[in-house]
Design a protein around this ligand. Structure first.
Ligand SMILES: C[S@@+](CC[C@H](N)C(=O)[O-])C[C@H]1O[C@@H](n2cnc3c(N)ncnc32)[C@H](O)[C@@H]1O
Length: 162
């Protein structure tokens, strides 16, 4: 997390183009209505929060959040300060490999989300296989898009949870 505060001023210059590409893949794969509520977990500067509906971002890095003009709060994926079932979509782009407790984060995202989830997971991360397995155990993976650096998984909750 300290890493992102250190590089915060150059984050957009370094990553904007690749993150916008991932955002356009989400928009091409899911039709999100203007009335939807989205939670962006690990929102950073807000590149990944650019949807035409109500979006809340959460991220621990104050340096990145200072550049984020959207609705956001400082916090971590492991402890989401929202009521269960608050969001139509929970998304997390290139952030999960940073989470200190990935299972707890997934449980939290599942709890606050109603049905739809999009996870973009960095393929070169040492934690990639573990993260992918946890997503597959916790959700129905409806489709997968292989982006250059990330694997993007479009998921739903198991019916038991809906
Ligand atoms: C590669 S950046 C992605 C930022 C943004 N999603 C984007 O697409 O530009 C990874 C983000 O994960 C955040 N992060 C690190 N640990 C976290 C945690 N425990 N909970 C939520 N976000 C975390 C970092 O602060 C950083 O903003």
């Amino acid at each position: 997390m300290e890493y992102y505060n250190i590089i915060s001023k150059s984050y957009n210059e370094l990553h904007k183009e690749e993150q916008l590409n991932k955002l356009s893949i989400i928009k091409a794969n899911v039709k999100i209505g203007k009335g939807a509520k989205i939670l962006d977990v690990g929102c950073g500067t807000g590149i990944s929060s650019d949807f035409e509906c109500f979006v809340v971002g959460i991220d621990p890095s104050i340096g990145l959040l200072r550049q984020n003009r959207n609705i956001k709060l400082q916090g971590v994926a492991e402890n989401l300060p929202f009521k269960s079932g608050s969001f139509d979509y929970v998304i997390s782009l290139t952030s999960m490999h940073n989470f200190s407790d990935i299972q707890k984060s997934i449980s939290e995202m599942k709890r606050v989300g109603r049905q739809n989830f999009v996870f973009s997971v960095l393929k070169k991360s040492k934690k990639f296989e573990a993260i992918k397995s946890l997503i597959e155990e916790n959700f129905i993976v409806e489709s997968v898009v292989e982006e250059e650096r990330d694997m993007m998984l479009f998921c739903k909750k198991h019916k038991l949870y809906i």
